[in-house]
Design a protein around this ligand. Sequence first.
Ligand code: F6P
Length: 554
Amino acid sequence: MDHHLTPLDVTQLANWKALTEHREAMGEFSMRAAFASDSQRFQRFSLYACGLMLDYSKNLITEQTLELLVKLAEEAQLGDAIRAMFNGQVINASEQRPVLHTALRRPVGDKVFVAGKNIMPDVHQVLQQMTDLVTRLHNGLWRGYSEKVITDVVNIGIGGSFLGPQLVSEALLPFAQKGVRCHYLANVDGSEFRELVSKLSAETTLFIVSSKSFSTLETLKNAQAARAWYLAQGGSEAELHRHFIAVSSNVAAAKAFGIREENVLPMWDWVGGRYSLWSAIGLPIAMSIGISNFKEMLSGAYAMDQHFQSAPFERNIPVLLALLGVWYGDFWGARSQAILPYDYYLRNITDHLQQLDMESNGKSVRQDGSPITAGTGPVIWGGVGCNGQHAYHQLLHQGSQLIPADFIVPVSSYNPVADHHQWLYANCLSQSQALMQGKSRAEAEAELRGKGLPESEVQRLAPHKVIPGNRPSNTLVLERISPRRLGALIAMYEHKVYVQSVLWGVNAFDQWGVELGKELGKNVYSRLTGSDDSQADDGSTQGLIEFFRGRHRG
Ligand code: F6P
């Protein structure tokens, strides 16, 4: 039986019940006390793989917790599910597709079969197509309509056709090739379009229309606006092929838009949008950092794939992160997960992980359509440190919710400025320390007394100064941001999301919830523009339509 398609109810498993009891028995477990009584806690709960060091010792766990979580993963037949994904089984049941972003990172000579066909030659052929294109661009051989060298590349795409490429090309700016600047145009908001093109010259700009489906409204609208802008600036239809290329699995639609077939880089329906930066959707990355760095990124992800498939669950970084997430979400009532990169270059990782995690595991039914009794994907949020410390960390420290956090920090900076990096690293560590330690009432009172305050003031202020602590976090330390380590880091989160989906029994690779908004958007648009004069189904939407129309009438 394909158990991942007819998933087990995880809440009925023996180890789920054992974890429930264990959670109760843990009662007032204190991380601070656990560190005080075990000098080896860091060594016990940290590990290194693929250029990443994971410290998970600041979690509400004991050896027994981990043992039970690992047993739960075994009981949920996680090993089979991992093999099923890498082998190309149809694990995206609602869309009847295999899920093979991992094939995009495999070396030449490997074989992966989809419907009896080895897909690896196609994968490497597209990589070669990307190589040729990027080489022509970097060598100044790809020229615009006036024979000028291309200096700016604009990626028109949204969701997975934007967030992953933007994350990587900006995270790897220290590796950027000179001469080509990368820009991203995602939203249908005309201001974004105008602000961007005002900085560009059509003669030296190349647009990549990046859309797996080639039917996404925002992307098509921006592609049309870009074409109109290019023509208005002096470009011609005959030279359009020098300025517009596409990445899509819908080659026919890209051609119908006017893009030459040889300028359409294909992708496949076995690559999900939010998992697609490894495919030709990653073209702007390769244009920014060069093809050999792009391949380095693929090999970093491949190394993580190997680790994920071969390391025992208790030493497996993505599996551990996933199990900790389930532990907090399902046994401690956590509803969100903070992602806190302490690195300017990684500032977009929270946005990418929001789509990766929330679009994948924001589900309420299992693969077989039955309702889920466990809680599923958390809200992913966060942002770059130290900035967050002066904004939302207050809630992490003293708010009424338990919010597990992932701190991500490199050991070395590409831009040493005085002792800034030491301060950045110190702040990262001290935040996780403060979350874990907190400040007791006795400590708060002693501190206030130490300042010479009268006892009445000590008692008045002490409750405000108490910080509960015992708030969990992981710290991921990268030796230095590099294509390889970034590839491993992103693949790590992809696998974490998959492991959680397996435990909950959901399909991490469809996104039907997004569709309703798209459908209703068309209806509202017709009413706004007057092509449909019927009333909206509800008074609020109708009122807002009328307000808009009223303002645009005179
Ligand atoms: O609407 C959601 C979504 O389908 C994402 O899953 C996807 O990454 C994004 O839109 C863009 O889709 P496309 O690459 O087909 O334009």
